[in-house]
Design a protein. Structure first.
Length: 89
């Protein structure tokens, strides 16, 4: 029942925000510092040639993004106060 009453919320991968910050911190795409940082990042993510690939966004998401959470709208409407309005017979 809980699965039918909930809906899933999935967060976006943090890579885009991280990459934008990395661009600012290293001086832009054409800088030597950016190339070194990208090489290090790709190596940490398992690249043997030091280059990023599209699949690495998924690897970053697995490491640090919240996969899913669920909101239970039906259950949230139930009385959950310390002064109950129902009784069990």
């Amino acid at each position: 029942i809980a699965a039918r009453n909930g809906f899933i919320v999935t967060t976006k991968s943090p890579f885009k925000t991280y990459y934008e910050g990395l661009l600012r911190a290293t001086g832009g795409r054409s800088s030597a510092r950016h190339k070194v940082a990208m090489n290090q990042l790709a190596t940490v993510l398992g690249s043997s040639d030091g280059k990023l690939s599209r699949s690495m966004d998924g690897q970053i998401e697995k490491k640090c993004a919240i996969q899913t959470s669920s909101l239970f709208s039906l259950v949230a409407k139930m009385n959950h106060s310390c002064d109950p309005c129902a009784e069990v017979r």
